[in-house]
Design a protein around this ligand. Sequence first.
Ligand code: ATR
Length: 287
Amino acid sequence: MPIDGSTKLVGVFGWPIAHTASPAMHNAAFGALRMNWAYLAFPVDPKNLGPALAGARDLGLVGVNLTVPHKILALEFVNEVDPHARKLGAVNTVCIENGILRGYNTDGYGFARAIKEEFNLSLKGKRVLVLGAGGAGRAIAIQCAVDGAARVFVANRTLSKIEPIAREFASAKTAFKALPLDSGELGRVIDDVDLLVNATSVGLAEGDSLGLEASLFSPKLFVYDIVYRPAETALLKIASENGAKVANGLGMLLHQGVKSFELWTKRKAPVAVMRRALSAAIYGESK
Ligand code: ATR
């Protein structure tokens, strides 16, 4: 659709943002449904997040996605926080209606949906080991509790950063354990794990590796890496070489976007169109 005087605008704030594939995914969806909407990427320095969100409201945007480093910071700049986003401790989607900014989190949903799709696995009753205790690790660990996981381990390089996540489990039915991020420590619990998730940023750069030992991986283990570029991270390579079932983060990226699309437009998202657009934008081909 050509952009005209009544085009509705949504977008993503990040810093940096040039690498984002979200515009390709959402604009393909708008095109497929012949909607007069557009999705743009905005480089927003974290020190300007408050004014940028107020600006989005004043310019009549319908909503925005927030990516690194804005997801936690955004909690203080929106007028209302959806209870699930509050629990996960991060906002990745803002809806703007009647001048009110309301923050949501669709990352947890995207993760659970991707696990179901890739592995036909429900989190209920599962034992999950999450590597990483940043925004992504926290959202994934807490989503596991919300969906009834039996046990969640969180391993992080900096142990003290696990404390705020542990506090969220104090009243949950899901058992919780914090661990240092090293092969020896992980080896002691790996027999009690069904699903291992990398939620650290390690793997994003070519040759980047957590250096986990091959002996941790076996055919009974599912391994999910939230990194999607490169398509096969060092973690996924060593895991699949040792028989584990593996998937990268494309599905999580897709399904968080699907949910954001539906929150803004109140229409059902064209998932297949969005998946193709995302894959083409990231890997340069349609998968
Ligand atoms: P996000 O919002 O994407 O989760 P983040 O909050 O910056 O980003 O968190 C990054 C995560 O990757 C953290 O768990 C971080 O570990 P620390 O808490 O110890 O910093 C982890 N991480 C980043 N680089 C790492 C590395 N080289 N080795 C191990 N963990 C790393």
